[in-house]
Design a protein around this ligand. Structure first.
Ligand code: SAM
Length: 280
């Protein structure tokens, strides 16, 4: 474990709320997180928010070939740069805001023989936008194991008909298989967050099963779920207009009942709607 791991200044007293700092120190939990998406041996792994380095250490111990860590807090980035793995070129530390990283380029340069994996205990405040960035990162095809507040993990993994089903699930299932590996109570972290956490595992679908036009899919899903209690013919009306479409005709051309609601639509139906929208 890193030297900072047991430093109460960093792990409790000065944990920065704004940076979503809730740290893991239990070796068993860290190992399970590191391996949640499968073996990391020989793989390139990108970790956002290494903090004091508990997960970083577990990933290196499990044999990650190269680890690229992006950390916004200079106290932690400096600590990690002093690790022997950094001097040996196995650990690369980037100080900066993960939201400002050019992910398609970083992922492209990170890929080794197999595509880079992304494994992280994410800061709560930027977890959702980062996951969306990664889903949209074009050529990215590696597995991800991402720890979020449990509700976000549930929204990523949700199936039609569930309360959590929405834009995030539609986007994620367009390019990945998603499942929740395990959940953790607040007491597993220092300092404890207010809510439960969970690790979502996202495995890229084979090319022939993916739907690549995530921009169109996102527009359709955002409009449909933006007014989730309304019938689709109403919730999609304004979006249809932007392309000169009539919402009812658009829905019927995709064999979808215009009086249905977003939460009942399958992934295949969202894909049909997005395909027709993009083609209009
Ligand atoms: N990986 C460590 C662990 O599991 O103990 C720390 C996880 S903690 C939930 C989130 C980490 O992300 C913190 O170290 C925080 O400083 C860092 N962080 C927060 N916002 C960030 C951002 N926008 N870009 C990069 N790192 C960020």
């Amino acid at each position: 474990m890193s030297e900072t791991a047991n430093d109460p200044e960093l792990t409790q007293g000065r944990a920065r709320k704004a940076l979503g700092q809730h740290f893991l120190f239990d070796p068993d939990i860290l190992r399970r997180t590191a391996l949640a998406a499968g073996p990391v041996e020989g793989r390139t792994v990108i970790e956002v928010g290494p903090g004091p380095g508990g997960l970083t250490r577990a990933l290196l111990k499990e044999g990650a070939g190269k680890l690229i860590a992006v950390e916004a807090d200079p106290r932690f980035a400096e600590g990690l740069e002093a690790w022997p793995e950094a001097a040996q070129g196995r650990l690369h530390v980037h100080l900066g805001d993960a939201r400002k990283v050019d992910w398609p380029s970083l992922i492209a340069t990170a890929d080794g023989e197999a595509p880079a994996m992304i494994i992280a205990n994410l800061p709560y405040n930027v977890g959702t936008p980062l996951a969306v960035d990664w889903l949209k990162a074009g050529d990215w095809r590696g597995e991800m194991a991402l720890m979020f507040q449990k509700e976000v993990a549930e929204r990523l993994a949700a199936e039609p008909g569930s309360n959590h089903y929405g834009r995030l699930a539609v986007l994620a299932h367009a390019v990945c298989d998603v499942h929740i590996a395990f959940t953790l109570p607040p007491g597993a972290f220092r300092p404890p967050p207010k809510v439960d956490s969970a690790v979502a595992v996202l495995r890229p679908l084979p090319a022939e099963k993916r739907f690549e036009d995530l921009d169109a899919l996102e527009k359709v899903a955002a409009a449909a779920f933006g007014q989730r209690r309304k019938m689709l013919r109403a919730s999609l009306k304004a979006l249809a207009k932007t392309k000169g479409l009539d919402a009812i005709q658009w829905l019927e051309s995709c064999d979808i009942d215009p009086t249905a609601r977003a939460e009942t639509l399958t992934q295949a139906e969202f894909r049909k709607l997005a395909g027709a929208f993009a083609a209009a």
